[in-house]
Design a protein. Structure first.
Ligand code: SF4
Ligand code: SF4
Length: 204
């Protein structure tokens, strides 16, 4: 991964579809992404489950590797998992319908941000390019410079959602450690219930 100063960033998607079909890209999803997908699929929870994979984390993965995970892994009765978008035909995202995304308005935040990742960086004026994106994404360097204010706002929003997501997982894992982990299906349903509360206007 490499970084650039915010004011240097030029990007315009060329609709190559590469990021939607790259076997090395796994789109992991936050509770909010799951809620947006649920709504895009007309609140059909069983249908949503068919679009999701559970990326399994082996129990012997060490602490250093765990710390590199952007979204924390979840302890369930079926093992330690991270929900992600299912791949079909070996490497295509389940929502990819050449040349477009079939749920474009509701796509996960990671897709909206790509080829930028908005991971924590030492300087708030730096962005991190997604791994290999500078070699594979033909949109980088195209178009006008992106709005600095918009990038700063998107970075802030992304990091806030990731923190809220990981705090929620921490609570779930604490409960699971007491002896009664949820199933993967129950976890996804909890995401949706939690996101409904999170997204509704705050009182007062
Ligand atoms: S790889 Fe880049 S240019 Fe191609 S679809 Fe993805 S974001 Fe757009
Ligand atoms: S959700 Fe849409 S934008 Fe994201 S990888 Fe799938 S097809 Fe591409």
């Amino acid at each position: 991964m490499s970084s650039s100063k915010l004011q240097e960033v030029r990007f315009k998607c060329q609709q190559s579809g590469h990021c939607c079909c790259d076997p090395k890209i796994i789109v992991t999803t936050t509770f909010l992404d799951m809620y947006n997908l649920y709504q895009a699929l007309e609140n059909d929870f069983d249908y949503l489950l068919k679009k999701i994979s559970f990326y399994r984390i082996e129990s012997d993965v060490n602490l250093v590797s765990r710390k590199k995970l952007v979204l924390s892994s979840i302890q369930t009765s079926e093992g330690e998992i991270i929900p992600s978008l299912r791949k079909v035909k070996a490497s295509n995202c389940v929502f990819y319908t050449k040349p477009n995304c079939s749920i474009y308005q509701s796509r996960p935040q990671a897709c909206k941000n790509y080829p930028i990742t908005f991971l924590e960086s030492k300087s708030k004026n730096q962005i991190i390019w997604a791994k290999n994106s500078q070699k594979t994404c033909p949109g980088i360097g195209k178009g006008k410079p992106l709005s600095l204010n918009r990038l700063i706002q998107e970075k802030k929003t992304t990091l806030e959602v990731i923190k809220t997501h990981n705090d929620l997982i921490h609570e779930l894992n604490t409960e699971a450690a007491k002896g009664e982990p949820l199933t993967a299906r129950e976890v996804l349903w909890m995401f949706i219930v939690y996101a409904e509360k999170f997204s509704s206007p705050k009182e007062g």
